[in-house]
Design a protein around this ligand. Structure first.
Ligand code: C2E
Ligand code: CA
Ligand code: CA
Length: 477
């Protein structure tokens, strides 16, 4: 429980530690001789000597036909130990961990500290693959016992990636890469665990990399990404109130890809900024065109992810797109997730205020799924809450979902914020929402996301039907 709590408080990134280590390494290298091969903090061998040791182990294994196991260890949440207790405590902790690793392994095994909170181990000679798992289990257990550092009692865990000669590679580079990939897999499997590098892991990694290359090319050329638009309607007044832009990727070999496949990929790389700019540009251009073709004035909504808030100058990008398309900000809306508002509170708050000042409307997407802070709703210029699909679609089977939908509607009403339900698929859901006081909806019941060429027709047809129950358009997408 405590470990889980520590892990939760201690989310990632080792930048500051890494910088300190680089400086230390440089200093160590200035001293000649043995010191250049040992880590001054822990006394373990360093990366240079470790690389030599792997090379010798590999040549022995080639000669004798044995296995060489390489383990890559990364301490879970180490940066937060430093941030919380200071570098002195962090250093002491690293020394103690080094001691435990040495104690738990055999003399014939090798432990090194690569820098920061990264350690590596070579286990030589095991005859079976499972042997590595047993060693890793011992290491996990040894590391997880409580530490006494000064007056603090600390609990930490490690994530371990394992690669083996000859199955996973026959060079230092290949084995390190495999163990590193497996270590990340262990982290995402929940930390405090080990993971073997397997062929499927390698395939997945290279699959991911090739998709990333393809995405880069798609953004550069600009002719594989598309936007589709899902109408938002007021079912009682019978009008289309807005359009949400949703991105699609027409991949030359893999067919039409949904955002769930490639948006996270873009977010984890440097592609999020250019992709977002493309989406904003395109949505503004489409809206401008519809307006000039006589569509009733409304807003086009663009989804922005939390990475965009963190890593790009979102307000700037939006201003650029609006100017390029010569679109009035009153025709643009951004949908921000609840997670962004809570996790990127300060930055998101500033950006949202600037957008509102410009006249761009801001709404909160997937509302109800994150830990929302009512304070944010009160202090930020937020205009709409979107009730997440998961509550809408479970309304009839779970009373709790209906209660959540009802309270979101009530909160919005109290704060004078409008509310829209997304993912409405059935008349049953729609009727219940109306009874709860929510007439603004979006979902397959009304319309699937449509290609830009079909928007004007849809709006004109829908607007003519001032009736309830609403004008239901047959499934097309
Ligand atoms: P979202 O913003 O919550 O978008 C709504 C998703 O629900 C869309 O999926 C939409 O096609 C789907 N949907 C609409 N009506 C219904 C319905 O009645 N039933 C069901 N089951 N689903 C419905 P899509 O297009 O696959 O988008 C998924 C998510 O990807 C979006 O969730 C959004 O978070 C993200 N996304 C989409 N386009 C963009 C984009 O341009 N930029 C960014 N950053 N994220 C995007
Ligand atoms: Ca959305
Ligand atoms: Ca949503």
């Amino acid at each position: 429980m405590l470990i889980a709590a520590i892990a939760a408080i201690f989310a990632c990134a080792v930048v500051s530690t890494a910088t300190v280590v680089v400086v230390r390494h440089k200093r160590a290298h200035k001293r000649t001789g043995l010191l250049a091969q040992y880590d001054p903090l822990t006394g373990l061998i360093n990366r240079t000597l470790f690389q030599d040791r792997v090379a010798s182990a590999l040549s022995r294994a080639r000669r004798d036909g044995g296995l060489v196991t390489l383990m890559f260890l990364d301490i879970d949440g180490f940066k937060d130990v430093n941030d919380r207790y200071g570098h002195g405590v962090g250093d002491d902790l690293l020394r103690q961990i080094a001691g435990r690793l040495t104690a738990v392994l055999r003399e014939t095994d090798t432990v090194a500290r690569l820098g920061g909170d990264e350690f590596t181990i070579i286990v030589e000679g095991g005859k079976r693959v499972e042997h590595a798992g047993r060693v890793a289990t011992k290491v996990l257990k040894a590391v997880a016992a409580p530490y006494k550092v000064g007056s603090h009692e600390l609990l930490v865990t490690v994530s371990i990636g394992i690669s083996m000669y000859p199955v996973d590679g026959d060079s230092y580079e290949e084995l390190m890469k495999g163990a590193d990939t497996a270590m990340y897999q262990a982290k995402s499997a929940g930390k405090n665990t080990y993971q073997y590098f397997t062929r499927s892991l390698r395939d997945r990694t290279s699959d991911r990399l090739s998709l990333l290359d393809d995405l880069r090319a798609a953004i550069d050329s600009g002719d594989q990404l598309r936007l589709v638009y899902q109408p938002k309607v007021d079912v009682v007044r019978g009008t289309v109130t807005g359009l949400e832009a949703l991105v699609r990727w027409q991949h030359p070999e893999r067919g039409l890809l949904r955002p769930a496949v490639f948006v996270p990929l873009a977010e984890e790389s440097d592609l999020i900024a250019p992709m977002s700019q493309w989406i904003l540009d395109e949505a503004c251009r489409d809206m401008k065109r519809w307006l000039s073709q006589g569509i009733r004035p409304m807003r086009v909504a663009v989804n922005v992810s939390d990475r965009m808030f963190r890593d790009t100058n979102l307000v700037e990008s939006i201003a650029v797109s609006l100017a390029a398309a010569d679109l009035d900000p009153r025709h643009l809306e951004v949908e921000v997730t609840e997670r962004t508002i809570t996790q990127e509170a300060e930055r998101a708050g500033r950006a949202i205020e600037r957008l509102a000042d410009m006249g761009v409307k801001v709404s909160i997407d997937d509302f109800g799924t994150g830990a929302s802070s009512l304070r944010h709703l009160q202090t930020l210029p937020i205009r709409t809450l979107k009730i997440d699909t998961s509550f809408v679609q479970k309304m009839h089977e779970r009373k709790e979902s209906e209660a959540i939908a009802a309270s979101i509607i009530a909160i919005a009403r109290c704060l004078d914020i409008s509310v829209i339900a997304e993912g409405v698929e059935s008349m049953e859901e729609l009727t219940r929402l109306n009874e709860l006081g929510c007439n603004d909806v979006q979902g397959y019941l009304i319309a699937h996301p449509l290609p830009p060429g079909e928007i004007i027709d849809f709006v004109n047809t829908y607007d003519k039907t001032l009736s309830f129950p609403p004008n239901v358009v047959p499934d097309t997408a």
